[in-house]
Design a protein around this ligand. Sequence first.
Ligand SMILES: Cc1cc2nc3c(=O)[nH]c(=O)nc-3n(C[C@H](O)[C@H](O)[C@H](O)COP(=O)(O)OP(=O)(O)OC[C@H]3O[C@@H](n4cnc5c(N)ncnc54)[C@H](O)[C@@H]3O)c2cc1C
Length: 474
Amino acid sequence: MSSAQPDIQHIADALQEILPREFISTNRFERIANALHPFPFDIEEQQVPYAVVMPSNAQEVSGILKYANKEKIPVFVRGSGTQLAGSSRPHTHGIVLNVHRMNQLEIHEDYGFLECGPGCVVAKLDNILAARGYFFPFHPGSRLIANMGGVVTNNTSGHIVDASVGKPNDYVMGVQAVLPNGDIIETGTKGMRRPAGTDLTKFFAGGDGLLGVITSIRIRLLPAFKRAHGFAMFRDLKSLARGVQRVYREKRPVPLLMEFMENAAAKIGFEIKGLPEPQGSAIFFVSVGATEEEASGRLKLVLSSFKAENPLEAYEVTDMGDWEKLWGAREVIGSFLMQKTGHQWKAAEIVCNLKDLVEGIEEVKNFNKGRPLIDDLPLYLYGHIGALTMHPGILIPSDWDSEKQKKANAELFKREAELNLKYGGCGGEWGQFSMRKDFFVRRYGEAGYALMRTIKQAVDPNNILNPGILEGYR
Ligand SMILES: Cc1cc2nc3c(=O)[nH]c(=O)nc-3n(C[C@H](O)[C@H](O)[C@H](O)COP(=O)(O)OP(=O)(O)OC[C@H]3O[C@@H](n4cnc5c(N)ncnc54)[C@H](O)[C@@H]3O)c2cc1C
């Protein structure tokens, strides 16, 4: 690295013309910390950035991108670095643009929207809005740290069931974004109706961070619902899957949240929360309504579909203390598993079609069987079953060397691609490229991928912004 030091100094000096020196870091530890992400293996030397910049507004972002374009230095945008398909780790040396200082928040109740910076933390925003009587339609498992820029860029669904209130970005009315050449643009509307036809918002919100840096997000305010909570336990996964199929086929009001844990995963979550050992696979769900009676009535309809599949138990949870324990057992299962075993948690994301859910869930349960490297690793299955999303997770031994961990990770994404191709789904969370680039090409064809490359080339001819994501993780 020492041979690169003069370049680093040169870059820091130039950046100082754009933003205050205290918000430019060339400290090696900070540079490494800003390149880490949830993959188990080590960061490589060529991924360590030259500098980390922490701009406070769109003008500074614009200055940074103009400079990077002139010097042809890659810029990697960073929220909290929790994206799970490999997009948060720089693929090469460059400048990391950390958005955490752009955490402005204005709630315009008279207009019916809020405007926030990309650096706002999801859970903090959620709490502020809940206190004012609003529901915040962004609910990833990572929300205690994930930033709004990251979740909007990925259109992160998390626990929310698409068929209930839509994807999170259905509530994004527009953004302010800085293009790779430094131009600042605004998209969307301040009115209550989203634009018809071409809406530039879509290039950024749900755009994989390829075409611009989001510096402000306008989100529609959504009145909070009343909620009812339900739980069911099924002897086997097939009955659980049939229960979910029934909810859709019997035209029940689809719950806002509907999560599941296969028995092995449920055992760990329940033990940590001091709950009795589960005898089967668990499903947790939340129905909503304008009144508590309406929410409870909707929940009972869902329960009636589950009961037709002979569950071990299925009931409305009315004690919120009990509910917190049950939901808590599910919510941070990945972290529990890492705490318990000391190994590295890595999950895939399979989204099945409704018709084949019973066969699909059984196959996902055997996700790693017969696969090189990962065959013998313990597998735990959970997910957002309301959206037919399953996360088979493996524990990658922490004493494996980086190269072996990397190969195991690649095998996991290969298997994910196969199953998503077979069952007609795609990654509904975590973005579409990086580790999923090969899947994208197989799923949407060379022409679909060429379209993406053409758009990227037109907007970012020097490939300055987040290079490597579209090309695929190396
Ligand atoms: C424990 C855990 C649980 C999780 N649970 C879920 C879950 O339930 N559902 C789910 O979908 N995901 C989940 N994730 C994945 C992750 O939290 C989400 O993908 C989240 O959206 C990433 O936010 P972030 O701030 O960490 O973004 P980062 O990882 O920092 O960035 C993600 C991508 O967006 C780009 N980006 C970030 N900000 C901007 C911006 N302002 N402008 C342009 N591009 C930008 C980055 O360059 C990068 O390519 C989880 C992750 C962890 C570690």
